[in-house]
Design a protein around this ligand. Sequence first.
Ligand code: HPA
Length: 276
Amino acid sequence: MTLAHDIHASVNAVHRAAPGRSPGIAIVLGSGWDAIADQVASPVDLPYQHLPAFPLPGVAGHAGTLRLGQLAGCEVALLRGRKHAYESGDAGAMKGAIRTLAGIGCHTVVLTNAAGSLVTTMRPGSLMLISDHLNIVQRTPLHDEPGADRFVDMANAYDAALRERALQAAAATGIALHQGTYAWVLGPQFETPAEIRMLQAMGAQAVGMSTVPETILARHAGLKVLGLSMLTNMGCGMEAQGLSHAHTLDTAASTAETAARLLAAVLPCLVPAQAA
Ligand code: HPA
């Protein structure tokens, strides 16, 4: 089957499972961000197994379910689990999922992740709005796209107007929200101390193993992007304590409640103003 066929079948599966629902906002829930799923009203769950364009995620803590429903007064689609490029080497692992979101009518996707902090004052357990990214991996999910539209303009990849509104919503809710550039590394191994120094010198404030391919896919599909990082640890070598996936998950668990509050506060301001 072609990807286009799988996307079509996935869009139809969503329409069949949740007739009349039209989520405008999709949220890809990364490590630590899943707690918000419990707050969804009138949830409808579709396992990724029933959505042929969706990949089966392989990382513990990622469920692999699309949940539709209402959150903070908005119709949303939550992706509980993503596939990372490090699982297969494929930067296009989320291509079918992101295009399905566009197909069901989403205008905006919120991409969330866990990341390492590269700035001493941005502590583990704090949150960062992604203002831009560094595609250190220099891979693309668009390498097999035939059209001229593959030359995607990335100038406003992390929509400036949405970022401004998200910062205001965070401030109004009393949640500290840093802002910075996210560097995508392939992983799954963590960085060396020398790599962390390189990323700092290149101008990154956070480092992680996801999000960037999805941002490229979303912009190619015409979706607006808001990116949010949960800083779970300091970059390797910045502190005496070593890094581990288990430690990352521990910090993520203790930050989950704040992350969910931030998402609930931010969502309403992502809805486009009604035309007069
Ligand atoms: N590096 C890369 N990815 C990450 C990190 C990190 O330090 N923390 C959480 N995801």
